[in-house]
Design a protein around this ligand. Sequence first.
Ligand code: ADP
Ligand code: MG
Length: 245
Amino acid sequence: MPKKEAVISIKHLNHYYGKGALKKQILFDINFDIYPGEIVIMTGPSGSGKTTLLSLIGGLRSVQEGSLKFLGEELYRANQKRLVNIRRNIGFIFQAHNLLGFLTARQNVQMAVELNDRISQVDAIARSEGILKSVGLGSRVNYFPDNLSGGQKQRVAIARALVNNPAMILADEPTAALDRQSGRDVVELMQRLAREKGTSILLVTHDNRILDIADRIINMEDGVLARDSQNIVLSRESGFKTHTN
Ligand code: ADP
Ligand code: MG
């Protein structure tokens, strides 16, 4: 059987901030792939380069050195139009939910639908309400963010990230602002939806309590990526398949 194409394939990626004498290398020779449906957790200390890597993968920042392919498309030297197209295939979830306060839960999700697709308003509403139902917020579609709990707001953000069926979800510390139970609920929801739709997830977290949802754990330290030695054990214990390269 042919090997499935990687959703993300990164080779010899370096990244720098600053110019001239202030130029500082942040990422060092990053190499890794993510396959369809895989849930990868990235851990590592603050300042180690995790958000920088996520922003490169998401096409939010230009690749300076090395190769980064999203579904076979090279992002190195890609023009803005291409980067925008790549972003359309990615759902972003951040630490802060980034909902718009003057829009209801449904309108926040609907906005993402309408940005992406030529779709009638009736269909956009139906699709938005459908995904809100699937994240357990069917009775909250007309609530404004101020009237939702932290966990509920983060679930709206997940619905918004998933509504266009992206190939990949990039989540940067999505449980950081949540209590233990809400954090757990939010990642289990992401896991379930990923399994149902075959979406890949790359999730950055400091939260040790959610590591078990991962198929694979990678660790960033000082801009260098190491495969976590516990990864195979963890994956076996949680009953998920592991990818061997
Ligand atoms: P993490 O997400 O692991 O905390 P970041 O990717 O945010 O790490 O940051 C990695 C390093 O790059 C840190 O030293 C940070 O101060 C620096 N950095 C992050 N963003 C910028 C930027 N826009 N300009 C200059 N330096 C930055
Ligand atoms: Mg960060």
